[in-house]
Design a binder for this molecule. Structure first.
Ligand code: SF4
Length: 144
């Protein structure tokens, strides 16, 4: 099973935690729902292997404890999803398809970014990497 990319329609947003949207049902510790909007992680699928956190070129994810959850005691929380550059790396490397990235959902900030915003660090991080992409990125050229 993979994260439902249409979770906004199939689930109810039950609140925010640490600035991140929470989509129910939530019944801890066994059921934690989906976290995020632009970058969404299904906490009930996440096995906490950390590949997305390690490889995200702009450090969108942070560890969060999830003691007692049947899949893992740690999850990756998309706390900085507003920095996402839609490279789709996390989507492609997640072994359990727990992540969906959709620039069309709320949470992105690119339209509000200024032209002075430094993209150089991102370019350096991505240089030489062959980042896979599973979905077209329509809104802005991807420096990766
Ligand atoms: S799509 Fe790329 S930039 Fe966005 S969260 Fe995933 S790895 Fe990070």
């Amino acid at each position: 099973m993979a994260i439902d990319p249409r979770f906004e329609e199939s689930r109810e947003r039950v609140g925010k935690e640490g600035g991140v949207d929470v989509w129910g049902p939530v019944n801890p510790p066994e059921e934690l729902g989906i976290r995020g909007a632009h970058v969404a992680v299904d906490f009930d699928l996440c096995i906490g292997d950390g590949a997305c956190l390690e490889d995200c070129p702009v450090d969108v994810f942070e560890w969060v404890d999830s003691p007692g959850h049947p899949e893992s005691d740690e999850k990756v929380n998309p706390v900085d999803e507003d920095q996402c550059i839609d490279c789709m790396l996390c989507v492609d490397i997640c072994p359990v398809d727990a992540i969906d990235v959709d620039p069309g959902r709320p949470g992105r900030i690119w339209p509000a970014r200024s032209s002075e915003e430094p993209v150089f660090s991102t370019l350096v991080k991505c240089a030489g990497r062959d980042l896979p992409r599973t979905r077209p990125v329509p809104l802005r050229p991807n420096p990766c």
